[in-house]
Design a protein around this ligand. Sequence first.
Ligand SMILES: *Cc1c(COP(=O)(O)O)cnc(C)c1O
Length: 367
Amino acid sequence: MLNKKRILVTRSSMPELEEYIEEIKDLWESHWLTNMGTKHKQLQIGLLKYLDTPNIELFTNGHLALECIIAAFALTGEVITTPFTFASTTHAIVRNGLKPVFCDINLEDFTIDADKLEELITDKTTAIIPVHVYGNICNVEKIERIANKYKLKVIYDAAHAFGVTVNGISSANFGDASIFSFHATKVFNTIEGGAVSYNNENLSRILYDIKNFGITGPETVEYVGGNAKMNEFQAAMGICNLRHIDGEIEKRKVVFNRYMLQLNNIAGIRLPKERKEVKRNYAYFPVIFDQYKLNRDQVFEKLKSEDIHVRKYFYPLTNTYDCYKDKFNVEETPIAKYISERVLTLPIYADLELCEVDRICSIILNA
Ligand SMILES: *Cc1c(COP(=O)(O)O)cnc(C)c1O
């Protein structure tokens, strides 16, 4: 019983309590708690630098960041996306009154299969919303070529890709815009939070206004906006966490590499692939159980019986949700279906001890 510890799939990164208290002290002097205060500004500047991107707007969460950028582009008709994602991606499209059209994913890294995009484009298509799932960067060049040819907007759901670079280019710089999530469970958190990075600075004004009820002046309201502002306590948490982000990612890397070592070369277990040009953030450790001695659900239950709580991330697919019953045909995305039935994400966070990683692996291997 000695080393039997409850392990969850993730554990939020937090600064020392003293550091956070120091950071929020001035709020007791200013009494300015939200509505784009000094912490908000400071975090925005910090993120522009860290993500190496020309423009960034902060939001109270990643989901509303996505809803707001879709609204800012005033998209209509159909949007091509994938069902192998978190509920947020599909819901943001539907909640903007648009129709999601599901493209399958590729077997290699589970991002949108860019070779299947063109056949889904109709005269109603206005955008593509691909997902850098697990921090795996989509085929951005091919997507850009297709988007240019058909004059489509590209918004990346980069919720998993904070700090990831490809050939030194930040994940924040692909497409017309990218959204990030700073939820407690993500690599970088502001408790809850999110952002949109984008290349056209003319979007700044509308994004700012849309997250603040569409209010554009003391007596003018030009847009039907919502409320998606990041408050000062969230921003303060972000300022603290950003100071430590590189160290946290380094620690995640050690955990990631330990899994790679322990689970390497096991028949029926597929591990993440190396891509030399990509600097990862080690946000997730997805494993595909395909003709392993146990199926995915059996591994899940086995670990659960040892108080280790992993996730079937992403299962179910968004195109099979109850709320979308009879609207979509899951057989049109067979690879997404195949992967969603076989994937587990194993626990990974900065302070996960290597002996725990070893224990998780030995439960899987000795089952
Ligand atoms: C977390 C997540 C979101 C939503 O972010 P929130 O900050 O939780 O609103 C969107 N897309 C994906 C892929 C995510 O994992």
